[in-house]
Write a protein that binds this ligand. Structure first.
Ligand SMILES: [Zn+2]
Length: 118
């Protein structure tokens, strides 16, 4: 359920930006979301549809680009990426050590918007 408040705050930002751009409507919003956020794209779109009713973003499509997490090995210092499939059992590809320090993967940003102007 953590998607709802975050989707709301993305919505507020999108509407604000769209108003600044004097948009008539928002067609598409592109988000970059780190795998550690554990977002379910379909749920985000559902919440979005619900939140955006009656706004200039009604009917717009949310496109989610998932970003792999980055980690630094706690033993040898190697940097490596962790994808959605190996979040729970990721280990260093160089030495096999299991404990890395996460350096990215919880991103959440709006990277693009497609609007229709007045
Ligand atoms: Zn290592």
């Amino acid at each position: 359920m953590h998607e709802l408040p975050i989707t709301k705050s993305i919505f507020n930002t999108v509407v604000q930006r769209a108003e600044v751009e004097k948009a008539k409507s928002v067609r598409r919003v592109v988000l970059e979301i780190g795998v550690l956020r554990d977002f379910v794209p379909m749920i985000v779109q559902k919440y979005w549809d619900y939140i955006s009713v009656g706004s200039i973003a009604e009917g717009s499509v949310i496109e989610i680009r998932e970003v792999d997490a980055g980690a630094v090995c706690g033993s040898c210092g190697q940097t490596y990426t962790i994808g959605r499939d190996n979040i729970s059992n990721a280990c260093c590809p160089k030495c096999g050590y299991r404990y890395g320090r996460l350096v990215s993967g919880s991103e959440l940003r709006i990277v693009g918007m497609e609007i229709e102007r007045l």
